[in-house]
Ligand binder design. Structure first.
Ligand code: PLP
Length: 374
């Protein structure tokens, strides 16, 4: 779907992606980086993100589904691609053929997968065993099951290759005792099984920012930090080196002066306290500008203006200080002059997290790469 006449555009700053990766490499000079590009690169578009990530020297990519991995292979990406979720056993033969690495979430999954794998295929299926150290989502919790799985892989070496071992933190963004507990548990399990693998990984962006000296693992799974947003849920100097990647701009599509007492939008929730200029912008909740962002700010001509009245599916209204011509840019995310609206501010207002704000921006909004890296 390509729309030429939508006035809204998401801009993706490739230079910023490059610099954010370089920053994590600077914090972890010994480690490999897997760029997490699930959900179409957190809504940024894999076509905009993968090439600057490769130019910055990432060692591979993580996605959520085999389908997402296949999109990357079709783009010509021939690095490691790891599927982080529990893939359907029916999908493993495609992964084997395409050299896509899969997560093994349980012993049973390995046994089921074996039924679908092709012993005559030139590729073995590369697996990363997930250890559930406290996230409670997928993975092995028990040392015996883990030992059985490793033996099983070793017994079927012509079909499986154990490429990685990893865990995922539930509270890395808070850096609390539970995080320490998971980290200790991971180290214990890894030490007990004593199985060397090419990729040993536990850090996401938050852990990568908080623990630069830890060299127990050799790989980081870098998601939100690459997109220039602080992964921490408290403010910290550690995040000031990250550059925002995404911005969202639209344009005034209509403008009018309304009389004191006039109402705006569905439910007539806004009543003008005096005569004022109201501009309409063609963007709405169907684009991912959530309905509960009613009353939030935008930037026009370098100044903050408020949204007034309910956000509708495709349009919303803003209060502007005076007349502006149709076509005047309106910034929803990013900078205009000296002012800026960040993904974190949007998320805080909507009582969610930047990840959800990004991934809710719909396919209707074109993504355009800027400050290109090639
Ligand atoms: C999404 C995801 C990541 C990336 O996390 P960020 O907080 O975006 O860095 C890492 N590991 C797993 C298992 C994930 O699902």
């Amino acid at each position: 779907m390509k729309f030429d006449f939508i006035p809204s555009t998401i801009y993706i700053n490739q230079q910023a992606i490059y610099q954010n990766i370089k920053y994590f490499q600077h914090l972890h000079p010994q480690k490999k980086i897997l760029a997490v590009v699930k959900a179409d690169a957190y809504g940024h578009g894999v076509h905009n993100v993968c090439s600057p990530a490769l130019a910055a020297g990432v060692n591979g990519f993580c996605v959520a589904y085999v389908d997402e991995a296949l999109v990357l292979r079709k783009m010509g990406i021939n690095t490691l691609i790891l599927v982080l979720g529990a893939s359907l056993p029916e999908s493993v033969s495609v992964a084997q053929k395409e050299g896509i690495s899969l997560t093994a979430p349980s012993f049973n999954w390995l046994q089921e997968s074996l039924k679908y794998l092709d012993p005559n295929c030139l590729n073995r299926l590369k697996v990363h065993i997930a250890l559930d150290t406290g996230m409670g989502r997928i993975g092995f919790t028990d040392l015996e099951e883990l030992r059985r799985a490793i033996n099983f892989i070793n017994q079927h070496q012509q079909i499986f290759e154990l490429e990685g071992l990893f865990t995922h933190f539930a509270t890395a963004d808070e850096n609390d005792v539970y995080y320490q507990y998971q980290e200790t548990k991971f180290k214990e399990l890894i030490t007990q099984i004593n199985e060397p693998v090419k990729y040993l990984h536990c850090e996401n962006s938050a852990a990568g920012l908080l623990e630069p000296e830890d060299n127990f693992t050799n790989t980081i799974r870098l998601g939100i930090g690459m997109y220039g947003v602080s992964p921490l849920n408290f403010s910290s100097d550690l995040a000031t080196h990250l550059h925002p990647v995404m911005s969202l701009k639209s344009k005034i599509s209509f403008i009018k002066k309304i009389k004191k007492g006039s109402k705006i939008s569905y439910g007539a929730t806004y009543t003008a306290p005096k005569d004022e200029w109201i501009a309409t912008v063609s963007i709405g909740y169907a684009d991912g500008w959530l309905r509960r962002l009613q009353g939030f700010k935008v930037l026009v001509d370098g100044q903050y203006c408020s949204n007034v009245g309910r956000i509708t599916m495709d349009q919303l209204m803003i209060k502007v200080p005076h007349y502006y011509p149709i076509g005047t840019p309106v910034t929803f995310l990013g900078k205009d002059g000296d002012q800026e609206i960040t993904a974190t501010e949007i998320a805080d207002y909507a009582q969610t997290i930047p990840y959800e704000i990004f991934t809710c921006f719909s396919k209707r909004l074109p993504r355009v790469a800027i400050n290109l890296i090639n």
